[in-house]
Ligand binder design. Structure first.
Ligand SMILES: [Zn+2]
Length: 216
């Protein structure tokens, strides 16, 4: 059984687990933390850390060429961030276009800006998968987002009904900045769904493979 952590800020507790480490441009150092086989990266400008936009976007663009990078993110819209939503939209857009160009999936951070996020996805006709990370919304919001083509990633805290909506084809698992072991998140979510951890893990593995080979 292989465990996949689709979005995290730290190395996995079990080195054999596969993790997508989030690299925040201008916050994390320029070098990647690890070059072991199980560790992959997402690179992006988080809405809390937008500073020198142009420089950051070009650093991001450069880093995406590394073979270790399999996603753009986390990028997003956050109504509690210092930068205006307009600026955040501008930075998000440029990175979403880089994801399309490089055929990478996107890890999305969204706080209270769902309408704007949906509108942006429609406007860009984005074809690459957009995964909303740390999803804690309810079943209704989950349904709406899945209808719009989004995928949802769940961590330590989540809405049980929303997990049922995303299962089986739109669901991913993550630890984000929590120190919880990805394996215990697998245990919790599979228990909520009433399926064995084995069944759950093989479905998550299938979902991961699908987004990596996403056809344009
Ligand atoms: Zn994160």
């Amino acid at each position: 059984m292989i465990y996949y952590d689709i979005h995290t800020h730290h190395l996995p507790e079990h080195p054999e687990d596969i993790a997508v480490l989030s690299h925040i441009v201008s916050i994390d150092s320029d070098a990647f933390q690890s070059d072991t086989e199980q560790i992959f990266y997402s690179v992006g400008i988080h809405p809390w850390y937008i500073k020198e936009e142009k420089d950051q976007v070009s650093v991001c663009k450069h880093m995406l060429s590394s073979a270790k990078v399999i996603a753009v993110g986390e990028i997003g819209l956050d109504k509690f961030a210092d930068k205006s939503l307009q600026e955040q939209l501008f930075v998000f857009k440029q990175q979403a276009l880089l994801a399309e160009e490089n055929r990478l999936f996107v890890i999305v951070h969204c706080v209270k800006a769902w309408d704007e996020l949906i509108a942006l996805k429609r406007e860009l006709h984005a074809k690459m998968p957009w995964i909303i990370h740390g999803f804690r919304g309810n079943a209704q919001l989950a349904q709406q987002l899945i209808r719009e083509g989004f995928f949802l990633s769940f961590g330590e805290h989540f809405n049980r009904e929303a997990v049922r909506v995303a299962w089986p084809n739109h669901l991913f698992v993550e630890t984000d900045d929590s120190t919880v072991d990805i394996r215990s998140v697998y245990d919790t979510i599979s228990a909520v769904l009433g399926v064995s951890v084995d069944t759950f893990a093989s479905q998550v593995a299938e979902n991961v493979h699908k987004i990596l080979l996403f056809p344009l």
